[in-house]
Design a protein around this ligand. Structure first.
Ligand code: FES
Length: 99
């Protein structure tokens, strides 16, 4: 399973670096660093809704205001350092143990 934080120019300006640091802390806190690979990614094509985070290899999430299904999993929109843990706990963590 992979979490890809967009570091394209638009998302970079909206705080990609802080989002990556927040994900590092959350993955450590939930003790799932061995289950999820955290990567930086080029533009994911949703610049107006950044910071954008691609979640691959996970069951597609329910559609919601910040969740968009993709063939590989789903994309989270409008991610910031302040909502990383909430989004992780709601949209990612429950799906880690489904397979
Ligand atoms: S710059 Fe992040 S989606 Fe385009």
């Amino acid at each position: 399973m992979t979490i890809k934080v967009c570091v394209g120019s638009s998302c970079h300006l909206k705080g990609s670096y802080e989002v990556i640091e927040a994900f590092k802390e959350v993955l450590k806190k939930y003790d799932v660093e061995d289950l999820i690979e955290l990567q930086a990614s080029f533009c994911l094509g949703h610049c107006a809704l950044g910071v954008t985070v691609g979640c691959e290899g996970m069951e597609a999430a329910e559609k919601g205001p910040q969740v968009e299904e993709t063939p590989d999993g789903f994309i989270l929109h409008s991610v910031n350092a302040g909502n990383v843990e909430e989004l992780f706990a709601k949209e990612i963590y429950p799906k880690l143990f489904l397979n």
